[in-house]
Design a protein around this ligand. Structure first.
Ligand code: G
Ligand code: G
Ligand code: NA
Ligand code: MN
Length: 254
């Protein structure tokens, strides 16, 4: 497969780049975290989104090395922001279940943080509910170790997986990200509003904070504020953007 062959060279050729999508703190009105979303600057096909190569990388196992690059790049960025207006930002990186299989993942994250002298609580890891369905004991062990380091754990796309709620009891979860599909019509549909409010309350009663994904309108933002959702992420605030654009946007007070 041609793309797979290209993928084998992409790391060595330094073709990956992280874009960042800000998360707005609804209490303070400040950008407190950014989600890192990988892009591939393909030499012939242009800028490729993750859907076009992450599944391929998961199949071939290259995802492990890509994930290591992502963590290191995020730590380097956090270090580069030291002493700048961005110095309090947290970066959330996405990890797939396949990446959690790697026994050395936690050691690698610890080493990357240490190498860049970045406190662990500046890094957040986003995982989807798939990790609560298979290899549960292994995944619990990995995430407990990661949490002990001080890395924050977020459940991505919450509410659309097939897992039980029991894992919220067993796993060290700091943050739930309500899937975009509940937010899109949250101000028009009673059922989406009920589900969103229930998730916020469930999370808060467990001491977990909540991010709403896919926020595109002021009405949605106001709804989320009124139900005490902690953070909002979506095109209303910003699309995923290159780091230079992020720094400019923050400097001009987004
Ligand atoms: O940026 P975009 O909206 O196209 O992202 C689509 C999906 O790609 C998201 O579900 C996100 O979790 C995934 N993704 C983005 N960056 C990474 C990454 O660095 N590693 C992994 N494993 N998934 C990523
Ligand atoms: O799976 P994950 O939630 O990590 O993927 C985020 C994806 O959703 C990215 O591809 C990103 O570009 C996209 N996205 C982020 N914010 C919005 C939004 O407000 N509206 C829509 N339609 N897509 C969004
Ligand atoms: Na994500
Ligand atoms: Mn998501």
């Amino acid at each position: 497969l041609e793309l797979d062959k290209d993928l084998s060279q992409a790391l060595a050729n330094n073709e990956f780049v992280l874009f960042y999508q800000p998360q707005l703190n609804l209490d303070t009105g400040e950008i407190q975290s950014v989600e890192a979303l990988i892009r591939w600057r393909h030499p012939r096909r242009g800028l490729l989104p993750p859907v076009e190569f992450i599944p391929l990388a998961e199949e071939s196992g290259r995802i492990t090395d890509i994930g290591r690059w992502v963590v290191l790049a995020a730590c380097r960025q956090l270090a580069a922001w030291r002493g700048t207006p961005q110095e309090n930002l947290r970066i959330a990186v996405n990890l797939s279940g396949r990446e959690l299989d790697d026994e050395d993942l936690v050691d690698h994250i610890r080493e990357a943080l240490a190498a860049e002298n970045v406190p662990a609580d500046r890094l957040e890891v986003e995982l989807t509910e798939e990790i609560f369905i298979q290899n549960i004991e292994h995944n619990l062990n990995q995430l407990s170790r990661l949490h002990q380091l001080g890395v924050h754990l977020a459940i991505d796309d919450f509410g659309v997986g097939y897992s039980s709620l029991g894992y919220l009891r067993d796993f060290p979860v700091d943050l739930l990200k309500i899937d975009r599909s509940f937010i899109t019509e949250v101000t028009e549909r009673h059922d989406d509003a009920v589900i969103t409010r229930a998730v916020i309350n469930l999370a808060h009663n467990l001491g977990i904070e909540v991010v709403a994904e896919g926020v595109e309108t002021e009405e949605q933002l106001n709804f989320l504020k009124s139900y005490r959702c902690n953070f909002a992420q979506g095109y209303l605030i910003s699309r995923p953007i290159p780091v230079s654009d992020l720094e400019k946007a923050l400097a001009s007070g987004v």
